[in-house]
Design a protein around this ligand. Structure first.
Ligand code: ADP
Length: 480
């Protein structure tokens, strides 16, 4: 198949979160399977400066119209692996910036123009380069206008640039909502600014367009596909998602086993496998040292690696501060973000530095060390479209404690409810329920044979992208 991905992030050229990993791993897996894969990405400064792009052989100029303004751009195309071409949509005014969406404090004022331009440029390139796409697969709000533009081009001009479109919701909390006047910049017919189109409470909602106009809609876990059809999780788009209930499917993201595999992980002080866990002990000792804890510690280490946002349930962790202080255990948190959460965590670590460690930074090496060296990984998210760390922790033999939401509920089995199959512990996203799970974790840890059995079952699971990529291939084929 000829498959085109459209996304605002792609590892290793631009990454702020799981989206970049998912699009990078999926496009690579599809290319390796022999499909002809193209990925369109905005030409951010970092992407253009990347060695692959600097050597880009092909450059194409184009122009698109935004409400009477004809804006020029150019496309750099390069091929980082067999069957895969990356197209960077470049226009200095829009994309020659360090960060993709904002300056850290707030979003850029011109984000609507930036991503409308991006989507229009993609459609124009599909035409100019005559890509004859079987599937155009768009990710999140930044790419959501593409299915709308393609449908419009077909209807008004009789031009089919893609046989089918797929839209993936990686996180429905970010929708690309802009003032009504933004609609003119799309040059779409007025009738699409309507409750059955892009209009949403007198504003333009780009994600809504992707959901309504793509042939198929996917989420990054099956449970999230159901959750976002409810008021609790739909962030206001639950009614819109419901209209696509027959065409929506949840496909779990995979784990990049080239990066996350305890048997080959070069970031660890020692490597290990399910058959020989000696290396995991070495990692545990190293983690205790790095945290400034005594290395003779026998109680469990609870680990956390997360963006510090409300989404990740850090308030429930902080609400259990007395548990961590009173019990024979250790807590290590790696993460940065929300200043309020950072301050609370810093204060907590200051109260008991012998038991609680907080590192407010981005640190790839330490994230691997925590996944390997901790005994439990704590992830009590309020909502979680897929989540990666709970999968990493199972692969690394670190028992996850997760809330029963989204991808967490789809990838972890509670060991108390299901003693024969359990791979972790589950709770509700609230303080007391997490406390109960932490207490059950202490009991599990004290029962070594049972803990080892839970650990082994987690390590035996296959979360690789092979599984995920097959599922997308099937979806593409079904839709065609
Ligand atoms: P999200 O995409 O919502 O941030 P995921 O669990 O899907 O959550 O993915 C988060 C990724 O970012 C994981 O690979 C995690 O290890 C990594 N990560 C988050 N915070 C840090 C940090 N402070 N240092 C290193 N890696 C981090």
């Amino acid at each position: 198949m000829k498959i085109v991905h459209v996304a605002s992030e792609l590892f290793p050229y631009m990454k702020t979160g799981g989206l970049a990993d998912a699009v990078g791993a999926l496009s690579a897996a599809l290319a390796d399977d022999g499909h002809e894969v193209s990925v369109f990405l905005p030409g951010y400064r970092a992407a253009c400066e990347h060695g692959d792009a600097a050597a880009a052989a092909r450059r194409l100029r184009f122009k698109v119209e935004l409400a009477g303004d004809f804006l020029a751009g150019d496309v750099r195309a390069f091929s980082p692996r067999k069957n895969l071409t990356v197209y960077l949509i470049c226009r200095e005014e829009f994309f020659d910036r360090r960060a993709p969406y904002g300056n850290g404090e707030r979003d850029y004022d011109d984000n609507s123009d930036r991503f409308i331009f991006f989507c229009k440029a993609v459609v124009e390139m599909l035409r100019l380069a005559d890509l004859q796409a079987d599937i155009v697969h768009c990710h999140d709000w930044q790419a959501a206008l593409v299915p709308v533009l393609l449908r419009d081009s077909e209807r008004r001009h009789g031009v089919t640039l893609a046989l089918k479109t797929v839209f993936t919701i990686h996180n429905i909390a970010y929708q690309g909502v802009f003032p009504a006047k933004t609609f003119a910049r799309t040059n779409l017919p007025e009738e699409l600014y309507h409750i059955d189109g892009l209009e949403y409470y007198s504003q333009v909602n780009l994600m809504k367009g992707g959901i309504l106009f793509a042939d198929r809609v996917t989420t990054v876990s099956p449970r999230y596909a159901r959750e976002i059809q409810t008021a609790d999780f739909g962030c206001g788009l639950d009614g819109v998602v419901q209209t696509r209930a027959d065409d929506i499917v949840g496909l779990l993201n995979g784990v990049d086993t080239g990066v996350w595999n305890p048997a080959t992980d070069a970031l660890l002080p020692a490597r290990y496998s399910a058959g020989n866990l000696a290396g995991k002990k070495v990692c545990r000792t190293e983690l205790l040292k790095r945290c400034g804890f005594v290395v003779e510690t026998t109680g469990p280490i609870f680990g956390i690696v997360a963006r510090l946002t409300e989404q990740k349930g850090m308030d429930f962790v902080l609400g259990n501060a007395d548990f961590f202080l009173a019990q024979d255990c250790r807590l290590v948190v790696l993460g940065s973000g929300d200043k309020r959460l950072e301050t609370h965590l810093r204060e907590l670590a200051a109260v008991a530095p012998q038991k609680i460690c907080f590192a407010a930074k981005l640190d790839e090496g330490m994230s691997h060390l925590i996944e390997a060296g901790a005994d439990f990984f704590v992830m009590p998210s309020v909502f979680e479209p897929c989540g990666l760390n709970q999968m990493y922790s199972q692969v690394y033999g670190t028992v996850p404690i997760v809330s029963r939401v989204g991808g967490l509920a789809d990838t972890v089995i509670d060991a108390d409810e299901n003693p024969a199959a359990g791979t972790g512990l589950m709770c509700e996203p609230e303080v007391l329920s997490l406390r109960d799970a932490l207490q059950r974790a202490l009991m599990l840890f004290a029962d070594r044979p049972r803990y080892a059995a839970v650990q082994q079952r987690g390590m035996a699971r296959d979360f690789s992208w092979n599984v995920a990529a097959r599922a997308y291939e099937q979806l593409y084929q079904d839709s065609l």
